[in-house]
Design a protein around this ligand. Structure first.
Ligand code: RDL
Ligand code: RDL
Ligand code: RDL
Length: 153
């Protein structure tokens, strides 16, 4: 089992390093990493991690900035990541933290790290323990900010 990590220099936290640290806490797997300038470069980086470097699942880590142009860019990157998943029949866990989700730099840094860690665990579960995700079905999970929980108690 090999997990791929694609991240960007645009992000304001070293998301790739955080993801690798978290994966290592939960699983003994091979890890391949590719760092690119920004989120629009992630789809092909992920596809190459799958097709050329043998990854079974990949995490795409990025930080869309806070202005309208960046939201557009994130949407485009997201479309590319979905296309890459359909082309390769492999999951690419998209970990995006929009810069304007956080109220200040301190919260942004926390959110970038926390969402990355929680999705790293999701990636490990998808790859190795899919029944664990089934147990959490319908429980209102979120990554970073608190879970919202099920609608019916
Ligand atoms: O291929 C080079 C760049 O076009 C690519 O790296 C882009 O993803 C860079 N980029 C933008 O051009 C932009 O307008 C990024 C953002 N916004 C952004 O919000 N987050 C990024 N990249 O990671
Ligand atoms: O690949 C991991 C996640 O990016 C992916 O599971 C997304 O679908 C998660 N997600 C969002 O990132 C988001 O901004 C979801 C929503 N909104 C949403 O409204 N409902 C979801 N997922 O089920
Ligand atoms: O309900 C508050 C948030 O969940 C909502 O604003 C989400 O859209 C925030 N969000 C993203 O914008 C995103 O790109 C989330 C994710 N990705 C994600 O992967 N997991 C989340 N929220 O819980």
């Amino acid at each position: 089992m090999k997990i791929g990590i694609a991240d960007t220099t645009f992000a304001r936290v070293n998301m790739g390093r955080v993801a690798i640290d978290e994966i290592r806490r939960h699983a003994s797997v091979g890890i391949e990493r590719s760092t690119v300038p920004g989120i629009k470069d992630l789809p092909v980086a992920c596809k190459k991690l799958i097709e050329e470097r043998g990854c079974d699942i990949v995490m795409a880590l990025g930080m869309p900035g806070g202005v309208e142009k960046d939201r557009m860019c994130a949407h485009e990157a997201s479309q590319g990541l979905i296309l890459a998943q359909l082309m390769t029949n492999r999951h690419i866990i998209e970990v995006f933290v929009h810069a304007d989700e956080a109220k200040d730099d301190q919260e942004l840094a926390w959110l970038l790290e926390q969402r990355t860690r929680e999705h790293a665990l999701n990636a490990v579960k998808l790859a190795l323990y899919p029944k664990e995700l089934e147990k959490a079905a319908g429980t209102g999970q979120r990554q970073g900010f608190p879970d919202v929980g099920p609608a019916r108690q």
